[in-house]
Structure formats: C-alpha cells, structure tokens
Design a protein around this ligand. Structure first.
Ligand code: F0G
Length: 459
C-alpha cells in the first residue's frame, strides 16, 4: 500500500484558539462594521484572512533569532541574509525592508514616473496601489483562462504573451520601467506561472529592452508547481528551479512573510549594482540603513533560515497538499472554487454560491461575513471592495470574479481544521438561496479601501 502524504514536521508548541456562539459573532460582526479586518483575533476561531506573517516558525528559526546581531551597520545577520538570498535566488545585491510593500515602495521610488505603464499578471493590491499612487498605470496581462474558475489547467497564473506584446509595442520604451511577473499569481487564485511562460516574458522584455521584476512572495510554491506539473522539471530540485526562474529577471521584491515562513520581513534583490545603488537612497529614507532596512538582526536571521526551509521539497509537498485536501473536501460537497486548488489558498467562487446578491452589494464580502457568522472562520474578500474605485473616474470597479479567499497559514492548522472549514462553507452554501442582500459602504479610503472600509446591511 502506498503510504499517504503526511506532515514533514511535528508540533512542539501550541496556541489555544476559542470557539464562540453565533449570537456572539453577530454582535462582534456588527461592531466591526461588517469588515472582517476589524474583528479582534480572539473573536476568530480559524483565521484564514491571510497566509502572510501568520506562519509557524521552526525550532531552527527560533534558535537563529537568539543569534541575531543588532549592530546598526554591518551586522552579521545582514551578511547571513545576503548569503541565503544569493544562494536561493542568484541575486547578488539586496536591500532589506520591513515587508513586501516596503520593498515595492523602495524599488518603485527609484523606477516609476508619473504616466508610466507597468504590465504584468494580476498586480497584487499593494503593488497596484504603489503604481497608481505614483500616477502610473498597472496593465493586467493575465491569461483570460484565469477568469473561468471551472477550467482546470496547470498554469492559470500565466501572462498572456500577446496582451503583453501589444502593451509593449503600443507605448514608448521610456514609459515602461519594467514588466512584473507575480509568482504565484495571488489575485488569480494562488495559481502558478510556468517556466515556459517566464521565458516567453523574458524574451519579450529583451526584445523591447525592458527590465523584468518578479513579485516573489510565493516563489517557492510556484517552483513546486513547476516541478510537479511542467515537463522537464520533475528531476530538478526546488532550488534549481528557483535559480533558473530568477536568472531570467533583473530584480525581485519579496514579502518574506509568505514563502520565507517568517512573521515579518522582506527585501528587494537586484542583479545589477547600478540598479541597487539607485534604490539605496529610498531604502535609507523609508526603511533604515542599508544593512538592516526595516528589520532587526534576529528577524534577518530567521528569514535566512526560512528561505532554506521554504524551498525544501518535503515541506512544500505538505503545504500544498493540505490546500489540495481542503479543495477535495469542497469537491465532495460540490462547492465551486477557482480550480485547480491554489498554492496558498482556496478561492471560493462567490458569484456561483450567492446567486441572489447583486454585485453592487459586494457578493464575496457577503459570503465572507456569512461564513464567519456560521463558524468563526475568517476569510478575505477578493472582489469589488478590493478592486477599489477607478482612480480617474471614481466609479466602482467590478472585477470579473468575486472570490472569497481562504488562505492557509504555513505549518499552523491540521487537516481536522480543514474538515471544519469545509463543513462551515457547506452549511452556508446549503442556505445560499435565502441570502438575497449584501452590504453598502458607509466609509472608505481612496486607495486600498478594503482594509478599513465600513459597511452596513443593504436591506
Ligand atoms: N505581493 C504579493 C503577491 C502579495 O501577496 C503581497 C501580500 C505583497 C506583494 C505585499 O507584501 O504584505 O509583506 O507588504 N499579500 C498579503 C496577502 C497581504 O494576504 O495576500 P506585504
């Protein structure tokens, strides 16, 4: 008999989580103005709002923290991080930052001007925010197949090379500071980008003389999918795949809170010294001196260890199969989600579940609230709230998909938790016909409103 997949670690420390009653949750949800971000974490039973910074560090990472060098300049921890980045990614220069969006802020400050065009695959919301804040435009060149949640294809996060070439050829080179490839493609459902696609993007970048940036938050999960799904990569190690992928790019921004399995941290890494030097001024202004950026020495040490642990096959196999396990449970109940299951999350197809809620009343948000009220499970909306208003017209943008993301933190929950989550979703689906109204906005910020938005029931 083939042995089943099993976690490649055992549990050394636990944290108690508390159940609550539906009445309690109704009161808390109202007090939180129907924004799941406004709940206190104690009011949440299983927290799937993000896989970012919510991961369990290993004994090795904790012990590395004890050896952190907190020197302002030239800390050992900086050099340890530098070595790990060079080893895992091949990039020789880097700037530490406190997280991914800070890496974007530093790099984009040195590269983006007003009126610029930045093509890519489903720019993440902070990425888009940092582009639009600089009065530049993010042009989404994701393949159209990503919008069909039922379609089962191996690399649904890919860039559409025709759309990309059209964008590159219709603007002067000076207006396009770089192309961005997000691995995995978070917004499209944690879907991977194939090496073939990366090579195609790199060839176009070269043809038009434009640089290539990897938004690398989940680069190791992407490499796992390349190894397990793409021809020619089965016998390559995850690290070989990562180094090959990064060899096609000029720089990377990293939110280490995901695939480096830490609670805080990030960096920008560069191939060219001149690019690195150009960004240094912004790193010092926004983050800190070059050898710590926004990080403490202990955090840089944990990150360095995490980059190695996060690129071990056995760990990734456990990780991604747990997400697939939740997907299989949902399949048993016939619940629609972005197929195939993503690397870090399941994205429920809210439009297919809540057919009677109008889009103006925020379908995915409504599903998120219902699942929380049902079970204490907290997901996050990837729909019209996240899409913000068009910065020029001020009109609400309604994306093709209304998704409710259930992001699974790394090394945190067991498959019993996955069973509970699936049952909670099923109960909401079973009574979905009676859910006919959603929410309306009572307060919002102009950019990235979903974090702080306040809502009230539409009826
Ligand atoms: N890029 C991607 C693809 C991301 O998913 C994130 C964060 C960032 C950049 C920004 O990194 O949070 O460290 O500043 N994603 C989190 C999420 C917040 O929940 O998906 P950050």
């Amino acid at each position: 008999m083939e042995l089943p997949y099993v976690e490649s670690y055992k549990i050394k420390m636990v944290e108690t989580i508390k159940k609550s009653t539906r009445e309690e949750r109704e009161k808390w949800m109202k007090e939180a103005n129907y924004n799941l971000f406004n709940l206190k974490s104690e009011q949440v039973f299983i927290d799937l709002i993000t896989d970012s910074g919510t991961n369990a560090m290993s004994d090795r990472q904790w012990s590395a923290m004890m050896e952190g060098d907190e020197s302002y300049a030239g800390a050992r921890s900086y050099y340890r991080m530098k070595e790990a980045i060079a080893d895992v990614t091949g990039f020789g220069y880097f700037l530490p930052t406190h997280q991914g969006r800070a890496a974007e802020n530093v790099l984009f400050s040195s590269l983006i001007k007003s009126g610029d065009i930045i093509p890519g695959n489903s720019h993440f919301d902070t990425t888009k925010g940092h582009i639009e804040y600089r009065k530049a435009h993010a042009v989404d060149c994701t393949i159209d197949d990503a919008k069909n949640t039922e379609l089962e294809i191996p690399f649904k996060g890919n860039v559409d090379l025709e759309k990309l070439e059209k964008t590159l050829s219709s603007h002067p080179k000076e207006k396009i500071p770089f192309i961005i490839v997000t691995v995995t493609n978070n917004t499209a459902g944690g879907q991977p980008v194939s090496m073939e696609n990366v090579k195609g993007v790199a060839a176009l970048a070269k043809k038009y003389g434009i640089k290539l940036l990897f938004d690398s938050a989940r680069f190791a999960e992407n490499a796992y999918f390349i190894k397990t799904r793409e021809k020619g990569y089965a016998d390559k190690s995850i690290r070989e795949i990562c180094r090959e992928m990064f060899s096609y790019g000029d720089f990377m921004t990293m939110s280490a809170k995901k695939d480096a399995i830490v609670n805080i941290g990030g960096f920008v890494a560069f191939r060219d010294k001149t690019d690195w030097e150009r960004a240094q001024m912004y790193a010092i202004m926004y983050e800190g001196f070059l050898t710590y950026g926004g990080m403490s020495g202990r955090d840089m040490n944990a990150l360095a260890v995490g980059l190695y642990e996060g690129t071990e096959f056995d760990y990734l196999d456990t990780r991604i199969k747990q997400v697939a396990y939740l997907g299989k449970k949902l399949d048993e109940y016939g619940i629609p989600y972005q197929r195939p299951a993503g690397g870090h999350a399941i994205f429920l197809d809210a439009k297919k579940i809540l057919k009677n809620v109008p889009k103006e009343e925020f379908i995915a948000q409504t599903l998120g609230v219902e699942i929380y009220l049902e079970s204490g499970v907290r997901g996050v909306e990837i729909g019209a709230l996240l899409a913000d208003r068009d910065p020029e017209t001020g009109i609400n943008r309604f994306p093709a998909l209304e998704l409710l993301r259930l992001a699974i933190p790394r090394r945190v929950y067991t498959n019993n938790h996955m069973d509970y989550i699936a049952a909670a979703v099923k109960n909401v689906v079973d009574r979905s016909a009676s859910i006919t109204h959603g929410y309306k906005i009572t307060r919002e910020l102009p950019i990235m409103r979903h974090f702080t938005v306040e809502l009230e029931p539409a009826k």
